[in-house]
Design a protein around this ligand. Structure first.
Ligand SMILES: C[S@@+](CC[C@H](N)C(=O)[O-])C[C@H]1O[C@@H](n2cnc3c(N)ncnc32)[C@H](O)[C@@H]1O
Length: 191
């Protein structure tokens, strides 16, 4: 007997229920080319540890790869006198929109902090002079070559919680609760 029930449309890739927010809203969609981590914000102590290591100046261009609600970039901007150029890349529309909402409430950031609703894996990182990441190990592995290439161009990298594969950190700090922040520069690359 043939099945006459309507067929569900086939999805073109694995589906993923995006990280749930505190308010319970979710969004379903296809995974980006590389899904690097679920949403989980960097706590304020770790933000400070990363900022201390990165020694940002107003000349820097700071990227947060998978920037969530943008909190690290706003903290970074406000930590530097006169601010600095910051770029957040976020695939999940809910968090990307939160970045824009917060941006509108901090007028000094308006011309210098930008957000891209985009996949980190296909984002050009050449303008960056400093990069912050908080991604899971499998996500870091997916962008390992991109990060190594940035280091070869003189970029400094801070990674919260997990280490970047194939690199030797210049410094690792433990934050309250034992979580780590790793700092890398060109000397971290394998010889
Ligand atoms: C652990 S959260 C870190 C958020 C923020 N960087 C922070 O430290 O507060 C990781 C973020 O990466 C985003 N993400 C995962 N894969 C991505 C991809 N391929 N491109 C852009 N964003 C991605 C997730 O949606 C999530 O918001």
């Amino acid at each position: 007997m043939s099945d006459s029930s309507p067929k569900r449309p086939q999805k073109t890739g694995p589906t993923y229920r995006f990280a749930t927010d505190q308010d319970g809203s979710t969004e379903e969609g296809s995974k980006p080319q590389g899904y690097l981590a679920p949403f989980n914000p960097t706590d304020i102590t770790a933000q400070q540890a990363a900022l201390d290591m990165m020694k940002l100046t107003s000349e820097d261009v700071l990227y947060d790869l998978g920037c969530g609600d943008g909190r690290f970039l706003f903290a970074a901007f406000l930590s530097v006198k006169g601010g600095l150029n910051c770029v957040g890349v976020e695939f999940d529309r809910i968090y990307y929109e939160r970045c824009l909402t917060t941006l509108a409430t901090i007028p000094p950031c308006k011309d210098k902090v930008t957000f891209h609703h985009a996949d980190v894996c296909t984002t050009d990182l050449t303008p960056a002079t400093a990069i912050f990441v908080y991604l899971v190990p499998a996500g870091l592995k997916l962008i390992e070559e991109k990060l190594h290439s940035s280091l070869r161009n003189g970029v400094r990298i801070a990674s919260y919680m997990f280490s970047v594969p194939g690199l030797t950190p210049v410094k690792t700090d433990s934050t309250k609760g034992g979580c780590k922040v790793h700092f890398y520069d060109s000397t971290s690359l394998p010889s």
